[in-house]
Ligand binder design. Structure first.
Ligand SMILES: C[S@@+](CC[C@H](N)C(=O)[O-])C[C@H]1O[C@@H](n2cnc3c(N)ncnc32)[C@H](O)[C@@H]1O
Length: 276
């Protein structure tokens, strides 16, 4: 079978995907271990029987709804590619706002910062790469996620990271004071119907869902972070688009200053910043 025939057939198989053509190209490129441009340059090239079988298997999984990133094992974030698997949340483009705000607001050369709930390592690795002189603590309660994050750091040859298993600020020692704490914690209400749709169905629940209408982990971090931050230390939290007012109130009541919420590219409230 030729590449162009395989792609044409695939598009008719992927009836539930809103991006069938693109999905088919990404998956066939993955099977052939080439870039998508190869498919477009060599449409008449024959693929082997094994490649065809592998492609059909990936198409069947995609048709079941499995996210493309889990099928290819990769997702782009910031200016690099990350390994991802079902132990980690697939990094979202809107999380890059958190990275941008950290870079804009932390001007000193040497900073000690932490990315709590690091998942694939997206936030921690982006900052460690942009600022090699910073030390970046990256933590998670999921051993599987920390393994993925460690492998991603190795691939990117980063050595200014410190991976720590454990829950939120409990990974910070009593005598350790940080310039900044960042987190994109689980913030979806367990009753939210979106959990039954799209990629969310396949992502780890402990990366997505938090009690108290999605606010429980944000509340814990706000409470714990104050005593771990240096005076004027920065707290940066990603949250749901309807959670900004509740989070701002919580930050005010907990004694934080300079509280501001920033919008993502879709214009939705996405990251709230505060200083100790
Ligand atoms: C929304 S995901 C964010 C992953 C990654 N930081 C990103 O932005 O792509 C939340 C992460 O928090 C982790 N997590 C859940 N509960 C935690 C806890 N109590 N302490 C630390 N990490 C936790 C999950 O395992 C998951 O990796």
């Amino acid at each position: 079978m030729q590449i162009k025939q395989a792609l044409r057939q695939a598009e008719t198989t992927l009836t539930d995907s809103p991006s069938a053509q693109l999905d088919a190209q990404i998956l066939l490129a993955r099977v052939l271990d080439k870039g998508r441009e190869f498919l477009l340059s060599w449409p008449e090239k024959e693929i082997t029987h094994e490649q065809q079988e592998h492609f059909l298997q990936l198409l069947a999984e995609r048709q079941r709804g499995i996210p493309i990133a889990y099928l290819t094992g990769r997702r782009a974030f910031w200016d690099f590619d990350l390994e991802v698997n079902t132990d980690v949340l697939i990094p979202r483009p809107e999380t890059e706002l958190l990275v941008e705000l950290a870079l804009q607001n932390l001007k000193q050369e040497n900073q000690l910062i932490a990315d709590l709930g690091t998942g694939s390592g997206a936030i921690a690795l982006a900052l460690a790469r942009e600022r090699p002189q910073w030390k970046v603590i990256a933590s998670d309660t999921s051993a599987g996620a920390l393994n993925v994050a460690r492998r991603n750091a190795e691939t990117l040859a980063l050595d200014n990271l410190d991976f720590r298993p454990g829950s939120w600020c409990e990974v910070i020692a009593t005598d350790e004071k940080l310039d900044a704490l960042l987190a994109n914690p689980p913030y979806i209400d367990p009753e939210d119907h979106h959990l039954q749709q799209g990629d969310l169905r396949f992502e780890p629940k402990n990366a997505l869902v938090a009690g108290a209408g999605g606010m429980a982990d944000l509340q814990t971090i706000v409470q714990q972070a104050r005593e771990k931050l240096l005076p004027r230390g920065l707290l940066l939290l990603e949250h749901g688009y309807q959670q900004a007012a509740g989070l701002q109130k919580l930050l005010q009541e907990s004694g934080y200053n300079d509280i501001e919420t920033h919008q993502d590219l879709a214009g939705l409230d996405r990251v709230t910043l505060a200083r100790r």
